[in-house]
Design a protein around this ligand. Sequence first.
Ligand SMILES: Nc1nc2c(c(=O)[nH]1)N[C@H]1C(S)=C(S)[C@@H](COP(=O)(O)OP(=O)(O)OC[C@H]3O[C@@H](n4cnc5c(=O)[nH]c(N)nc54)[C@H](O)[C@@H]3O)O[C@H]1N2
Ligand SMILES: Nc1nc2c(c(=O)[nH]1)N[C@H]1C(S)=C(S)[C@@H](COP(=O)(O)OP(=O)(O)OC[C@H]3O[C@@H](n4cnc5c(=O)[nH]c(N)nc54)[C@H](O)[C@@H]3O)O[C@H]1N2
Ligand code: SF4
Ligand SMILES: [Mo]
Length: 674
Amino acid sequence: MDSSLTVLGACPLDCPDTCSWVVTVRDGEAVSLRGNREHPYTRGALCVKVNRYLEHTRAADRLLYPLRRTGPKGSGRFERITWDEALSEIAERLTAIVAEHGGEAIWPYQGTGTLGYVQGETGEAGRRLWNVLGASRHDLNICSRAGNDGLRYVYGTPGGMDPETFALSRLILLWGTNTLTSGHHLWKFVQDARAAGAYVVAIDPIRTRTADQADEHLPIRPGTDAALALGLLHVVLEEGAEDRDYIERHTLGWEEFAAEIAKYPVERVAEITGLPADRIRALGVRLAHTRPTGIRATMGIQRHEGGGAAMRAIACIPGVTGDWRYPGGGVAYSTSAHVPLRADTREDLLPHPVRTLTMTRLADGLDESVKCLWVYAANPLGSTSDQNRIRAALSRDDLFTVVMEQFPTDTVDYADIVLPSTMQTEHLDVHAGYGHMYLMWNEPAVEPPGECLSTTETFRRLARQMGLTEPSLYDTDLEIAEQLLGPAGISLEEIRKQGWVRLGVADPFVPFTEGFPTPSGRLEFVSERAGAAGLPRVAGYTPSLTARTAPSDRPHPLTLVTPASHTFLNTTFANNPELLRRSKGPRVLVNPADAESRGLTDGQPVRVFNANGEFTADVEISDRVAPGVVAAPKGHWPKLSAGGANPNAVVDERDADMGRGAVYHDNFVDVAPL
Ligand SMILES: Nc1nc2c(c(=O)[nH]1)N[C@H]1C(S)=C(S)[C@@H](COP(=O)(O)OP(=O)(O)OC[C@H]3O[C@@H](n4cnc5c(=O)[nH]c(N)nc54)[C@H](O)[C@@H]3O)O[C@H]1N2
Ligand SMILES: Nc1nc2c(c(=O)[nH]1)N[C@H]1C(S)=C(S)[C@@H](COP(=O)(O)OP(=O)(O)OC[C@H]3O[C@@H](n4cnc5c(=O)[nH]c(N)nc54)[C@H](O)[C@@H]3O)O[C@H]1N2
Ligand code: SF4
Ligand SMILES: [Mo]
């Protein structure tokens, strides 16, 4: 007799696909975790990383008990303590900090370890407690903000195409996105389009595995995409293929934008982007005459000084071609803005207005005014810019650091108190994909191992320990889920039963048929809001730092790009032995010409360095990158890497043009034998 049951869940990771999964539980133990074939977008496949999720939940290095540090900060030496000891020590310290320095001395540093609406990023976990204490607000801008803002100036929202409609596109531009690595479920819609005759172009400084599969790859110079967008539109105008009717009826500022386009003839764009003029022209002609054209641009493109402007310029393309008229036309960056769940920010709980601290600016922000850093679902020592300065800031003796974690990351090593956290099979959550149009339910499948607690339960217990009386601090996870779903008109029963529900929009979904949520109600080539924010009024080209610096002024000759790794999700899974093995360890791609001039041989260990610091990697000599560009994936744990650092040791803590986004793909480095 089979006593097993199946439990529906969702992948919590910061990946656009948010897969639906099915956990089989036997005698209280999860025995398998598989993709859910019933899900219309993810259709049963997970990925190389999450195929190992159950193994990861039982990993030997999983944190199972609260810990108190016994060695110096960074030593990673801890003793096991009870939850009572941990919570009473924390409550005492927080109460004293609030009394002496005010609540704003607490920085709740929340990352993207889970995108859950209950346990994570977008959600309720902690916010109510932090508001009651008057803690600083945390701006989680690390990932996609510059691009979001760029899109907002044009469309009024970062929301765009339903990715499923790429099946209907006849020209697909995969622009600054590595689909087969960072959200591979889109690929079958790309393939469906191809079967119907679509042409697929990858625009990426790296010849990625996605570029390998495309019909054409344009190896653009990093940080010059807006110039390419304008150059392609230049050809569209030469061809007389602009959609005059659409422009007149649905856009704002055409004359001024057309004058901007006029500044970017193909020859000039070839010089800026490093692409051959005839290939730019050929793509421009294709764009001019292929409807619908679907553009998939994701976050890679905006991790630059001019990243917001790049997304803004790309967003203008379908305004000129009229592609927003058609299913399969337009731009798809993220679907988050279509999600109707609106977590109540509960400002009413604040004792007084509070400051905002910026996630991308941890090294700068962690000054004397911060007395408690509370890290959850984040691994700043692996993922945030300027690692060495963060390490120094975390070493401060008067800083009280609490880290809620599943694994003993580099960041954990700097904690005063470590609190063990549940994983996705062990807690309840609600999710929304940012690359599809479905809401997801995650039912807890098993009891947590050891003494792990969910984020919500940890905060409920801490509130009790601190004697706080605000009733909403004690809402259960199910109550929180109901508060989210109810106002959005989503039935808890339905989503729980099926594991997912489609957002309440037409299928196929074509956005902006009723206008754009901009001040003018039109697609804005010219934005007064941008002007008021000190940005160019007219969409245009803002080069990245490395693109705008003359060779003689560059402190180091090479541009480093640090994209998604195929085997990790940010730093998550980079401690899994099998995935670490498959990653082949920290590597840096170097063009044969740059290798030769430095006397490098394939496989040799090198230092990649600049004034911020250095990291160690094995050289992979390859024409997958152009001369002048080197690439090293994000995600390796510093302490598991030779030299104790990862690429963020050389990444500047510097702002993109919009939203204070990070500049992970816009740094000068050089490479030398170790
Ligand atoms: N396997 C895996 N999947 C992931 C992640 C992961 O770590 N691993 N991370 C997840 C997260 S957090 C996010 S935000 C998304 C990010 O996923 P993506 O948006 O795909 O982001 P990146 O990997 O940073 O960059 C994508 C591509 O953009 C290219 N690129 C860099 N600079 C430029 C440029 O100036 N112009 C152009 N045209 N291209 C450029 C890079 O070479 C890279 O191939 O993926 C998610 N999915
Ligand atoms: N060089 C370089 N660096 C980058 C990027 C890049 O392109 N290049 N990309 C950036 C991007 S896009 C992002 S989104 C950031 C991500 O940066 P972070 O938000 O710091 O994400 P991770 O590094 O994955 O760390 C997440 C941690 O959360 C933990 N975790 C997961 N679920 C839970 C939970 O439910 N509770 C608790 N308490 N912990 C949990 C995991 O174990 C993991 O250690 O990294 C950025 N860093
Ligand atoms: S990381 Fe992405 S592709 Fe992999 S299981 Fe999670 S949602 Fe699916
Ligand atoms: Mo991200």
